[in-house]
Structure formats: structure tokens, C-alpha cells
Design a protein around this ligand. Structure first.
Ligand code: NAP
Length: 270
């Protein structure tokens, strides 16, 4: 029997778009798809970040296309999808991973502009990319969309209202898209990471410690208390679930919201 996670050749000939591919998680996801044999359009705002990440994937040059695009712009999203089709001829997988953290402030101090920026990036961006890719996927009667939400999309997240609302909205968008696109054999799922070890979560902890006026050490202890396994997830943990969701092993998995969080937040009393 083949391994439940796709064998290396399963993704050969497949084409994926990964947004936010210049960042920690996005670059890990794009690299893991390439290592599994897929071709990948790496989408991000900063070309230097994309090129830096891309240069780390030794075998990935031929299988990669770096596309500078802001996920908030309809024209840029259309352009990115067109460029991917021009280069690779089809799109099998879309990973909506780009995300903005937004400010760490109570709602009473949150500006309309800061609110909007996070909603536009984390929710409208996936809507625009999904809409554009679905035109193509529905025609081919095949496709897989993965939205990178967050465990905070399930709950309250004091001082991060725009982020939590955007991630909650993304879960809702996932469910509706899965229902709408199911008839065309397009699957749509969400992954909700808990804290993922890396630079991004360190920035979150620092901003939160500053806002609450506590030490970074206390912040780290408090922040990690809800994790049943007592640790952060890793980018590799998220990649493995992305690969599973794209694989034939998941051909009947759609409309699912999967936490990859080391059991973060299982007991509200913790
Ligand atoms: N790290 C965690 O602990 C954690 C936990 C839960 C969920 N997540 C989610 O995982 C995803 C990846 O986060 P990460 O930890 O890898 O953070 P990251 O390193 O900051 O990566 C985020 C990426 O998104 C890109 N991006 C932001 N705004 C964009 C825009 N308007 N258009 C195009 N790209 C844009 C950034 O590119 P530029 O810098 O070039 O703008 C950056 O490369 C996010 O959706 C995040 O919310 C992360």
C-alpha cells in the first residue's frame, strides 16, 4: 500500500499557486510542493523575498515562477493567474496563505484603515484568488483550494480583532466555496495553524508583551499554556497537511477545517 501522504511522484505534472510565498510558512509550503514534484507559482509582494526563498530550493528553478502581486488587487490577482496559466498551462492547487498580522490594539483604538488592511489581505485576497482560479478549475472539473486560516478564527482574540475576524471569515468562505464548487469536483479546505515556531510568532509575542506591559518570558509562558502538547507546531507540520489535502488520499475531503496546533485551546479553562 502507498503511504497516506503522497508518494514523491504523486504531484509530478501538478501546478500550484502559493500566495505569501516569500514568508516563512508560504516558502515552506511552496518548497514542499516542489519537492513532491509539482510546479509552483510563488506569489508575494516583494520580489527580493521571493527570489531569496526560491534560491533555497536547489531543484526548483525549472518548476518555479516568481510573481509579484498584491492579493488585495483584483488586477494583480488576475495577472498572477494569467501568468501561471501562460507558463504552466493549468492550475491544480491554490494555497491562500498570504496574511497580514495587523496591529495589537483594542478595538477602541483600531483605525478603520488598519482594520481594512487586514480584512482585505486575509479575507478579500483569498476571495479574489479563489474566484479567479475557480473559473479555470471548474472548467477542468478538478482542483483543490487550501485556505490558511488560524485557530483564532474559532475564538475571541483580544487585541487582534481584525486578524481574528478575518480568519473567522476565511473559515466561513471555505465552507461556502466547498459547497458551491463541489459539483465541479473542486475541493476547498482550511488549515488552522496554532502558533508556528519561527520569526512571525516571535513578532506576535513581542507586540503582545509590549501592549500588555509584561516581559517576553511571561508572555511566552502565558501564550503557550493552552497548547495540550506544550509546544508550537512547525512549518513542516503544516506542509504535511497541505500535501495530504492536495493528494488523492484526500479526494473525498472537502469543506473541512483542520487545526494543526499541538492541541492549542482544547480546554478553555486553562
Ligand atoms: N506563524 C504563525 O504562528 C501562524 C499561526 C496561524 C496562522 N498563520 C497564518 O499563516 C500564514 C503565513 O504566515 P507566516 O507565519 O508565514 O507569516 P509571514 O512570514 O509574515 O508571511 C506572510 C506572507 O504574506 C505576504 N503578504 C502579506 N500581505 C500581502 C499582500 N497584500 N499581498 C501579497 N502577499 C502578502 C507577505 O509578503 P510581503 O512581506 O512581501 O508583503 C509574507 O510573505 C498567514 O496567513 C498567517 O496568518 C501563521
Amino acid at each position: 500500500m502507498r503511504s497516506a501522504i503522497s508518494a514523491a511522484d504523486e504531484f509530478r505534472g501538478k501546478v500550484a499557486i502559493v500566495t505569501g510565498a516569500g514568508g516563512e510558512l508560504g516558502s515552506a509550503i511552496a518548497s514542499s510542493l516542489i519537492e513532491a514534484g509539482a510546479s509552483v507559482a510563488w506569489v508575494g509582494r516583494r520580489r527580493t523575498a521571493l527570489v531569496r526563498q526560491l534560491s533555497r530550493v536547489a531543484s526548483g528553478r525549472k518548476q518555479s515562477l516568481a510573481i509579484r502581486a498584491d492579493v488585495r488587487s483584483e488586477a494583480a490577482v488576475r495577472g498572477a493567474v494569467r501568468a501561471t496559466l501562460d507558463r504552466f498551462g493549468k492550475i491544480d492547487v491554490l494555497v491562500n496563505n498570504a496574511g497580514a498580522r495587523g496591529p495589537t490594539q483594542p478595538v477602541t483604538r483600531l483605525s478603520r484603515r488598519a482594520w481594512q488592511e487586514v480584512i482585505d489581505t486575509n479575507l478579500t485576497g483569498p476571495f479574489l484568488f479563489s474566484r479567479e482560479c475557480l473559473k479555470h478549475m471548474e472548467r477542468r472539473r478538478e482542483g483543490c483550494i487550501i485556505n490558511i486560516s488560524s485557530v483564532v478564527g474559532h475564538w475571541a482574540y483580544p487585541l487582534r480583532a481584525s486578524y481574528a475576524a478575518s480568519k473567522s471569515g476565511l473559515i466561513s468562505l471555505t465552507l461556502t466555496l466547498a459547497e458551491e464548487a463541489g459539483a465541479a469536483n473542486v475541493r476547498v479546505n482550511a488549515i488552522c495553524p496554532g502558533p508556528v515556531a519561527g520569526k512571525a510568532i516571535e513578532n506576535v509575542l513581542e507586540a503582545r508583551a509590549r501592549a500588555l506591559g509584561i516581559s517576553i518570558e511571561k508572555m511566552r509562558r502565558d501564550f503557550m499554556r493552552p497548547a495540550a502538547l506544550g509546544r508550537m507546531a512547525t512549518p513542516e507540520d503544516i506542509c504535511r497537511v497541505v500535501l495530504f489535502l492536495c493528494s488523492t488520499a484526500a479526494s473525498n475531503v472537502t469543506g473541512q477545517v483542520i487545526d494543526v496546533s499541538a492541541g492549542y485551546g482544547l480546554w478553555p479553562g486553562k
